[in-house]
Design a protein around this ligand. Sequence first.
Ligand code: C2O
Length: 524
Amino acid sequence: CMVRHYKFNVVLTNTSRLCSTKPIVTVNGQFPGPTLVAREDDTVLVKVVNHVQYNMSIHWHGIRQLRTGWADGPAYITQCPLQPGQTYLYNFTLTGQRGTLLWHAHILWLRATVHGAIVILPKRGVPYPYPKPHKEHTLVLAEWWKSDVEIVIKEALNSGGAPNISDAHTINGLTGPVAGCPSQRFTLPVRPNMTYMLRVINAGLNEELFFKIAGHKLTVVEVDATYVKPFKVDTIVLGPGQTTNVLVTTQQGSGRYVVSVSPFMDAPITVDNRTATAILHYTGTQMAAPVSLTAPPPINSTLVATKFTNSLLALNSKEYPANVPTTVDHSLFFTISLGLNKCPTCTGGARVVADFNNVTFDMPTVGLLQAHYFGIEGVFTDDFPTTAQPANLATQNGTRVYRLAYNDAVQLVLQDTGMITPENHPIHLHGFNFFEVGRGVGNFDPEKDPRRFNLVDPVERNTVGVPAGGWTAIRFRADNPGVWFMHCHLEVHTTWGLKMAWVVDNGKGPNESILPPPSDLPKC
Ligand code: C2O
């Protein structure tokens, strides 16, 4: 195994999109940021230097961080942020992980522009469990706002309402042609009769995205850095934080084909014109040649999304078995809802809030992991409600965590109650992968539904879409001591309080405990 060194300079960079230029926060001046490349079991050292006037923190989304919670990154959960001028060395090992993940800022809304790909190759000499692609490409999908994203969210918080949606989507930082603006379109060069692997990442803030290539089928082989049973589709869907590897076999001959990225929302809207486009360009084809286009799915194409999601099954081979916990120590049921809380300073006197089990999570001002490790009192309470709370428009507030003993098997049913409007919620768990053993529409039936759980080859992920007005059941083993954040990866919902944390630790010896904090860990 190797040690891989990276240096991330967080800087302001003038960037032009949609006919105007503004400074954005980037890593090393790049949007998207640099790709981390490593192999399974390598150690990665990333020295982050914060040169901007915002506090900063970086999260390695989907990296398990076995006993190294200090390197996980969510601000005020596992660390205090890096203040302007500060430096912090993130140090972690990629134990038993390979595939595509992403890194992103984990403070305020800075991940809008501070994000990039993580590519973990299999150990040297270990092949992929599918035919070796001729070439691999990484496609980072994101959103773009004309105004400053931090202002967008500040205004929303002051008003108590919803923030503006993004003005465009991007593929590797580029929107595709926009009428009247200089053309900025990502081009993916390919040769005929070859198989390519595309590592597709949704690094967007608030939208689930459809991804599709005109005239080409996509063979899905991996999601969230876990192998799946290969299947073919026209369109894949990714929630923010999710990744999907697909194989694309090129045709004979030449041509230019549109790659489209468009939003998916299970809502009564049918039209959205923020589609980003790139071009799959067969070498030798004239740049001026006409492009082949197929319309992206309409924004509310729930069936397209469901078809994709329902096709995902773990590869579950001899080399890559699905180790689904078959017995359960904690069987939990969390509701997800949006509500309105009183807010005297907001326009209209109320603010939109979101919650798990009717608790809107209050961010602490000290890292929860520090509070846990050093026994600092008064930072959190461990009374996260475990019994179903009656869905209620007004929520309680609190910094409440749920305690798990090391190695406990957890089953968690996430139920969307859709009190205001039914929405999909891509729920992300830090520190673990989990198995999605069941999902359904409507209300979860504790008698009937568990009988249909897939305990053999359910897909393994780190971020799962809870369907609008439906439920998802996940299982994981609490084999990673630490404090682990769980939240909706639609940043707007996280801001509204749809987040909580798990504490795992018996304090019973080195393997069941957290490693001591590094000496350069930022202080609050
Ligand atoms: Cu990708 Cu807590 O986030």
